[in-house]
Design a binder for this molecule. Sequence first.
Ligand code: NAP
Length: 222
Amino acid sequence: MKITVLGTGAVGRAVAGRLDDLGHDVTMGTREPAATAGREEHAAWATQHAGVRLVAFAGSAAGADLVVNALGGDVVLDNLALVGPDLAGRILADLSNPLDHSQGIPPRLFVKDDDSLAERIQRAHPDARVVKTLNTMNNAVMVDPAQLGESSTVFVSGDDPAAKAVVSALLGELGHTDVIDLGGLETARGPEMFLALWVRTAVALGGSDFNIKVVRGPSLRG
Ligand SMILES: NC(=O)c1ccc[n+]([C@@H]2O[C@H](COP(=O)([O-])OP(=O)(O)OC[C@H]3O[C@@H](n4cnc5c(N)ncnc54)[C@H](OP(=O)(O)O)[C@@H]3O)[C@@H](O)[C@H]2O)c1
């Protein structure tokens, strides 16, 4: 697939790198390609992923079969506006979290309960096919859940069943074996608010190398 990953942070690099390794045609979107290419952490990563193109946000989604949002939650809407009209009709896998770090640890959520960041993105880009997923685990687990040593759970939320099917198939390529379709995009409020528990679990465990596993009782086993 032709995939554009928006974001060059830890998530962008992990996802773009793994998709490149899987043989996808990957483009990465950033604010200033030259500045990003010059960053030590990006340069080291790029030597392993020479086939991944690094381009400015504007036009980065043109022709993509799938766009991955790996942008900081507080800058998502401004940056997606830079991507421009190419988001119309595109599947947009949203991995971002609405974290507000301004008051220290644990971070607060700047949207919750009656709305979500995924819904804000959908409202700003009504013709995009937004699917919330993968925001409930760290980037290493996102792209290689098998390293945990046992099956764990990932969620998808979205209003477009065909878009969710494409994203779910890609999750399978990454190694996710338990994909729970929560329903429409409104259900993204659940996995986003899960961050309140995720952060506290990471602090308690002393690290983020974990994921949750939904264990079905006998009445729910198919
Ligand atoms: N880190 C994880 O393991 C993890 C796990 C689950 C979910 N998430 C979510 O995934 C998203 C990406 O996380 P991340 O840790 O990879 O990246 P991040 O450091 O939060 O975000 C980096 C990206 O945001 C862009 N950006 C645009 N304007 C910015 C500004 N004014 N200040 C700072 N960055 C700006 C950067 O653009 P440039 O490329 O131009 O620098 C870069 O591409 C976040 O929403 C996060 O909550 C992260």
